[in-house]
Design a protein around this ligand. Structure first.
Ligand code: ATP
Length: 255
């Protein structure tokens, strides 16, 4: 196996008396599609919040290509190439689809205020590049026709695709998707599965996925980590996970 891109070691997160994440460990290989599943409240989103810098973990380590990113804060983690979507889509709803993609690049580029003020040639070139990138990603996601619509007015499935485009336009190494299939119809779910695979193939991104839709998880993931009550209870290929007794019990126990 090649060297891990992202390593999570003995990760723990405590909220008062609740140990929401307890000794979670896994690694993500370059270009791997890896899913975290588990019943409601298992701690999946909390793991995401720790990795993406929204929470400072109570314990354990998180490294990206060998360097620690634990506790760096969400902006710094994103700048290092680990970006995410949210369970409830978070876009700038009153800005257009195109503007959402331009803002994502500005935040990343830290464009100089003075260069903008004096409208230097370099600044204009960067602006044109940002516009070209944004239009490219709107095309890629089948959203070009909606470029000038406020993001909040787009159909839900389109908002989800725009949110993924907003991540991808920053050229991440790791794309983290938190329940990307929630609220999508069956055709949109199929398209999403194809999209995730395509992003990995064409853009070399590794994907970390939280998802309740087992069809999508089993169809797209190479490996799956199963959590229950904050703890990892199984990890393996979709085939192994499907037949794991603890996993079956965790899910049947929920019904
Ligand atoms: N900021 C917080 N403060 C206190 N408790 C929290 C906080 N965030 C999450 N929790 C608790 O931690 C536990 C794990 O929550 P988390 O959202 O990570 O689970 P999940 O596996 O993502 O669930 P779901 O599938 O429902 O999204 C839950 O008991 C939750 O109530």
């Amino acid at each position: 196996m090649s060297e891990a891109l992202l390593e999570v070691n003995a990760l723990s997160m405590r909220f008062g008396g609740l140990l929401a994440v307890d000794q979670v460990a896994f690694s993500l290989q370059p270009k791997e599609i890896f899913a975290i599943i588990g019943p409601n409240g298992a701690g999946k989103t909390t793991v995401f919040n720790c990795i993406s810098g929204f929470y400072q973990p109570s314990g354990g380590g998180i490294t990206l290509a060998g360097s620690s990113i634990a506790g760096l804060g969400s902006h710094n983690v994103a700048r290092r190439g680990v970006v995410r979507t949210f369970q409830n889509v978070r876009l700038f709803k009153s800005m257009t689809a195109l503007e959402n993609l331009l803002v994502a690049q500005h935040r990343q580029a830290r464009t100089s205020f003075l260069a903008g003020l004096f409208n230097t040639a370099g600044y204009r070139r960067a602006e044109q590049q940002a516009l070209d990138n944004a239009l490219h990603w709107l095309d890629y996601m089948g959203l070009r026709a909606y470029a000038n619509r406020p993001a909040g007015n787009l159909a839900y499935g389109h908002q989800r695709r725009l949110e993924i485009a907003r991540c991808m336009i920053t050229k991440p190494q790791v794309l983290m998707l938190d329940e990307p299939a929630a609220g999508l119809n069956p055709q949109e779910k199929k398209d999403l599965q194809h999209l995730i695979d395509q992003l990995r193939q064409q853009h070399g991104v590794a994907v970390l996925l939280i998802e309740h839709d087992m069809g999508l998880v089993m169809g797209v993931s190479e490996r799956i980590l199963v959590m229950e009550y904050g703890k990892p209870i199984a990890m393996g290929t979709p085939e192994a996970i499907r037949h794991d007794e603890r996993v079956i019990k965790a899910y049947l126990g929920e019904a």
